[in-house]
Design a binder for this molecule. Structure first.
Ligand SMILES: C[S@@+](CC[C@H](N)C(=O)[O-])C[C@H]1O[C@@H](n2cnc3c(N)ncnc32)[C@H](O)[C@@H]1O
Length: 360
């Protein structure tokens, strides 16, 4: 679908549905054109969030690598399939053997299957069966995107069970207070069941958002939309009609895996069991020490910039006096990279900082 074929009325209806954010009314896709219109607009914006998340994973040194079980991907609540297409595109289709999509709307599952086959003709793409969803076999890389505010408790429980079968999980949601904290609760649960937190956290501790006194905070970030959309009359019309500020793309995410530490032997047959295990060819990523993640984005005032900082010590409001490092002050205002830094600090004052560089 292109902008000229777009059914704006269908988009208006979808927008109403998303704004209600209710978990009660079942499948809402009415035609394949609904999904095509979504994929071009709302879905593309979600794709930009995924691009930012994937960039952060690369910064943090994570990739599916040689791990056999991460060569299979499951996109749960796939909609048009934009999330898994972004993941496959980012790591390269040759990194994966198969992709399974699942949505309680058969229209959505069909659309995602076809769109993914068109994008990656050599990838084995199929739809999940009820048997697969209720089995206990290992799920490789579980991709979940923008589903939390649509799930009644029993559906969320089913997704929880599925998540516990995964070898790795990449989960992106809108960056609202409510949804981000819901995702944070899942982080805690999954961490307790043996997952290692890869990002956005720079530590494995309990999420400090849940510490007493931090109730008003939430873990969220901003993805940069491509700059050309601001001069594109179709995107401008979409922004007006959908009541969306195109500049702002807040999101929350968690990335976890079950990678075992080097030298840890598999506990059971990797083809059958649910136990974590490194495999030959794994790139074992160690957490980088002393790293910080900026929450949200920094606020800039003339004499200083300030932001909410998350690191192994918890949440702290930090300030960078402009004169301490004018270059860093400007960089924090302009960079489009995920805000992962190593600071030199004197208490709450930042004296200097280095962004984490991409390893390749
Ligand atoms: C807002 S859309 C997001 C679609 C896609 N994941 C994305 O990020 O663009 C939410 C999707 O979740 C699906 N969904 C909602 N409840 C579900 C459930 N209980 N089981 C499976 N899919 C569900 C909807 O049909 C819809 O396709």
């Amino acid at each position: 679908m292109t902008w000229s074929d777009l059914d704006w009325n269908a988009l208006d209806r979808l927008r109403e549905r998303f704004l209600r954010g209710t978990a009660d009314s079942g499948a809402y896709w009415e035609t394949a054109d609904d999904l095509a219109a979504y994929d071009l607009t709302f879905g593309e914006r979600i794709g930009w969030k995924w691009d930012h998340v994937l960039r952060e994973l690369r910064l943090r040194g994570w990739q599916p690598g040689g791990r056999r079980r991460l060569k299979t991907v499951l996109d749960w609540g796939c909609g048009s399939g934009v999330a898994s297409r972004r993941v496959v595109e980012f790591f390269g289709p040759e990194s994966f053997e198969s992709l399974t999509v699942w949505d309680h709307s058969p229209l959505a599952a069909d659309f995602a299957t076809e769109a993914t086959r068109r994008a990656f003709p050599k990838l084995d793409v199929s739809q999940a069966t009820p048997g697969f969803l209720s089995a206990i076999e290992v799920v490789g890389l579980l991709v979940v995107s923008h589903v939390l505010n649509e799930l009644p408790p029993e559906e969320l429980d089913a997704l929880r069970l599925l998540a516990k079968r995964a070898e790795a999980i990449l989960w992106v949601e809108p960056g609202t207070h409510e949804i981000s904290r819901k995702l944070g609760t899942l982080r805690e649960e999954l961490r307790a069941s043996g997952f290692r937190v890869l990002a956005p956290c720079t530590h494995e501790n309990e999420c400090p958002m849940f510490a007493i006194g931090n109730e008003r905070h939430w873990c969220h970030f901003f993805a940069p939309p491509p700059s050309e959309i601001f001069a594109d009359s179709n995107w401008v019309k979409f922004g007006h009609r959908a009541g969306i500020d195109l500049r702002s793309l807040p999101y929350a995410f968690i990335a976890l895996d079950r990678q075992a530490l080097p030298g840890v032997a598999p506990e059971s047959d990797p083809a059958q069991g649910m136990s974590p295990a490194a495999e030959p060819g794994d790139e074992v990523t160690e957490p980088l020490p002393d790293l910080s993640r900026i929450i949200g984005r920094p606020e800039h005032f003339k004499p200083y910039a300030r932001w909410l900082n998350c690191d192994a010590a918890g949440l702290t409001e930090l300030e960078l006096p402009t004169r301490s490092d004018p270059g860093l002050y400007k960089q924090l205002e302009r960079t489009k990279a995920p805000l992962v830094y190593r600071w030199r600090r004197d208490g709450h004052k930042v004296l200097a900082g280095q962004p984490v560089a991409e390893s390749g």
